[in-house]
Structure formats: structure tokens, C-alpha cells
Design a protein around this ligand. Sequence first.
Ligand code: ZN
Ligand code: ZN
Length: 152
Amino acid sequence: MLKGRCLCGKVRYEINGVLGPVVMCHCSICRRVTGSAFATNASVEARAFRIVSGEKSIRSFESSKGQFRHFCKRCGSPLYGSSKSFPYVVRVRLGSLEDAGGARPAAHIWHGSKSEWFEITDTLNRYDKEPPMELLMPGAASKSAKKKKNQK
Ligand SMILES: [Zn+2]
Ligand SMILES: [Zn+2]
């Protein structure tokens, strides 16, 4: 069980499952919302993610159409993201976890939008824009394939 919380402690959540690939996003939206060089996120299954307390303190901002960023209204900590197109996945902000269970970084994405004042010195894969779907939404490809199969 992984646990996380916002800075002030009002909002607490837990994850009864495993983290997907840890991805660092350098896009201009993530830079602005974190006030830093990049955001570090990992996907978890929405059914494995549970708000333990402080649900009423969560505010959401639609940063792109159908894409929501959820944060604590009291301290402003970014907590997770969600997408209308992928309701079974939640994108957890890794910095809000008490302990990431030994997760290691997987890749940099939107490298083409990277700030000039941050230098990447690791050898992880870099994607200029969006990475392959599996990196953001593990299992999404198989799920949509299954859906198509069922539609036949
Ligand atoms: Zn808070
Ligand atoms: Zn981003």
C-alpha cells in the first residue's frame, strides 16, 4: 500500500496497487503548474486509488479539454491528474507520495518544450512530444483493443 498527502495534510490518499512507469514531463503546462522544470508522474489504476481524507479540499482545474489537475485548495499541492478519455487511470504526482515503493524513473517526455535553465544529465529515453501510450497509460492499448473486439 502506497500513501500520499498534500503539504498541509488535509488531503490524504492511498494506492492499493502498483505504480506505472515514472515519467518526467517537461511540457509548458507541467512547468507552470509545478512552478519548476518538470512534473514527475506515474499512472495507477483508478480503482486502486482512494482518497482517505480531505476530499472536500480537493479542487480541480481543466488544463486541456477533458484533462483535469487535482490539487489541495488550502496548500496548493498538486496531487493527481485524470482524463475523461481514460477514466480507469489516475496520474499521481510522485512528490506527494510518502514513499514511492522503490520506483525508478523511466523517461523524459515533451523534451522539445524543456526549459533552458534545466539540463538533463541522465541517459533515460527522451521523447520530443508525447511518448508511446504504454508509457502514460499502461494497459490502455489492450483495453481499447478489448473494447473494439466487444463491439464486433
Ligand atoms: Zn493541503
Ligand atoms: Zn506535461
